[in-house]
Write a protein that binds this ligand. Structure first.
Ligand SMILES: [Zn+2]
Ligand SMILES: [Zn+2]
Length: 98
């Protein structure tokens, strides 16, 4: 059983382009793990999936200097639309637990 971690919603993006415009100015994030679950981004009862990706900062200096990036990142992508460019992206982060 996966543990429930206290992720906090950091940013919402209404499509991929918006997300990408944000992400290019951030540290690169590595997402080694992802899963498909029922969408929880959309408010109404819906029957489509959402991709959840779990990641961490992959920026070399952060690894070396143990600086300030969130401990873990979670990216939820609503797959309601077939067009990738219309996917809503919700970004969550988890601060250091120590
Ligand atoms: Zn970083
Ligand atoms: Zn959705």
């Amino acid at each position: 059983m996966p543990k429930i971690l206290p992720f906090e919603l950091t940013s919402k993006f209404s499509n991929y382009e918006e997300y990408n415009a944000y992400a290019v100015f951030q540290h690169p994030i590595s997402y080694p793990k992802s899963e498909l679950v029922a969408c929880t981004i959309c408010k109404r009862t819906v029957n489509h999936k959402m991709r959840v990706k779990y990641g961490f900062c992959a920026y070399k200096n952060c690894l070396e200097e143990e600086v300030q990036c969130p401990f873990r990142t979670k990216l939820c992508i609503c797959l309601k639309h077939r067009d990738r460019n219309l996917h809503k992206h919700y970004l969550y982060s988890l601060e250091n637990l120590t």
